[in-house]
Unconditional design. Sequence first.
Length: 242
Amino acid sequence: MKTLSFLFIVVIAGLLAGLFHGIINVAVVEPYLDRAIGIENQRMFDEGQTQNTPQFWQQFSDYRTWQKEGSVVSGGILGIATGSLFGLVFAYSRHMLPGQNNVKKALLLATIMWAALYFIPFLKYPANPPTVGDPHTIVLRATTYALFVALSGLGAFGFSRLYKKMQNKKFVAFLGYAVFIGAMFVIMPPNPDKISTPMELVNGFRAISAITMTAYWIVNALILGWLWNKVQPHVENQEIQK
């Protein structure tokens, strides 16, 4: 394995996919956040927690502009982090994935990791706009979500090892993971907060967030697979010369 070439394509693929994710979030997710924050602002006005003044709206506008610009940067950082994990798993499992084309291999692995690390946890703890939920439970909610993601990911890895060892009964690995994750659904606590924000807004936010995250994994896989075909970091220099 050519380490520098491997690091280059993994970081570039993750960064570009992350920036893409951040940009489309600004375009299609932020409008939902604006509506949710607008409802929260109106609640604060009604309860007298703050005053509806031009100064408030100027500060609010500046803050939201900073948030939106920062979301693109944070998307790139998150892309590098997630893309690095994806690249490491791809390097480890590439020879076990079916097919010869690295783009198809990467798309298959991305589907598996998307399901284990995002979609299945999403079913248990669906995303909510930041203003939804009690601020006092944010640590609990973040911890339980992170734990569920870790359990789902480790479970998928463990049962993938079983899948590799099974000969004629590979379905046992899928069944085992389904039983395991089903048990986690029952054992892990539910979201402790009641949702007072209109469900039309919450469901719209959840749907569009799921679409953009799915797009991130697809883009990351396409770029990584394409770069892998071009750079071939698994091929040593002397092999290329031959």
